[in-house]
Design a protein around this ligand. Structure first.
Ligand code: ATP
Ligand code: MP5
Length: 265
């Protein structure tokens, strides 16, 4: 049977981030993609021009439409902009018996805030304890744990804190915002792995976080182990950045054709 993955996220009409990036990733990895929209975002490679949120009750209705009818082998959430929506997502995810990947989207790469300031407590209280894996970048991890992160050791401590204190099953701290090689730290409550790739000299990184977490979701839906899922997804996102598109007037989008092309699949 085909593996089925659901993304609960905001949109990007320019196709680089959010639900659009998630569905492209699912498709390229051979997974049947489904999507629930939290917020319709007017954005492009230069930034966010406007947002139009769904009522939380309608978010619930969309998830129910999917889960009452379709198999769900893994689910991810990206931008969940309001506290009410976070509560609605938590209420629904509790009914889905499948791995849950949280990409704790807070700020777009352009610097635009994508969630309510008061939402942090709800992340901690309801969502993080449900996570099979949470994938913060360094600024997001700093906001979650409340201390700053400079070194790889700090990244390890952040991952450990998110698992042991906040209750996620695993945490992947992404180092895309550091200098030097592109290094991410994964901790699953007992084992560590550091994933590294060469830093690619490009400004075209719009949607990398969405792409990475969607790839992890796709791999988990196919039954890969957590560590294998991150390994495959790191290769996927690195290839997508390496061959990213210089489209638009800002940070261009990643290239979802690159991973299969590099493998001649
Ligand atoms: N220039 C780069 N070259 C290679 N890998 C990169 C580069 N920038 C980011 N990465 C990798 O891309 C993945 C996404 O990391 P990043 O920290 O950029 O996430 P993010 O900030 O959530 O993404 P976004 O830019 O979409 O907000 C990580 O594996 C990171 O190491
Ligand atoms: C709907 C949505 N979700 C997530 C991001 C983060 O992506 P990035 O930081 O690459 O802009 C985004 N811009 N829009």
């Amino acid at each position: 049977m085909i593996s089925c993955a659901l993304t609960i996220a905001g949109t990007d009409p320019s196709g680089g981030a959010g639900i659009q990036a998630d569905l492209k990733t699912f498709q390229e990895l051979g997974v049947y993609g489904m999507s629930v929209v939290t917020s319709v975002v007017a954005q492009n490679t230069t930034g966010v021009q406007g947002v139009h949120h769904m009522p939380a009750s309608f978010l619930t209705e969309q998830v129910r439409s999917v889960r009452y009818d379709m198999p769900i082998h893994a689910v991810k959430s990206g931008m969940i902009p309001t506290v009410d929506m976070m509560r609605a997502v938590a209420d629904q995810v509790e009914h889905i018996d499948a791995p849950y990947v949280i990409d704790p989207v807070m700020v777009a790469q352009s610097g635009d805030e994508l969630i309510e300031e008061s939402a942090m407590e709800m992340w901690k209280e309801r969502l993080i304890p449900l996570a099979t894996i949470i994938t913060p970048n360094i600024p997001e991890a700093e906001k979650i744990i409340g201390t700053s992160i400079h070194s790889v050791e700090d990244m390890r401590e952040a991952a450990e804190h998110i698992c042991t204190v906040l209750g996620a099953s695993a945490a992947l701290i992404k180092g895309g915002h550091r200098d030097g090689e592109a290094l991410d730290v994964l901790y699953d409550g007992s084992e560590w792995e550091v994933f590294t790739a060469e830093r690619i000299d490009t400004a075209n990184t719009h949607g990398t976080g969405c792409t990475y977490s969607a790839a992890i979701t796709a791999c988990l839906s196919q039954g890969h182990s957590l560590f294998d899922s991150v390994r495959i997804s790191k290769e996927y996102v690195t290839a997508a950045i390496r061959e990213s598109f210089s489209l638009g007037h800002g940070s261009g989008p990643t290239n979802h054709f690159a991973w299969r092309k590099e493998r001649s699949i």
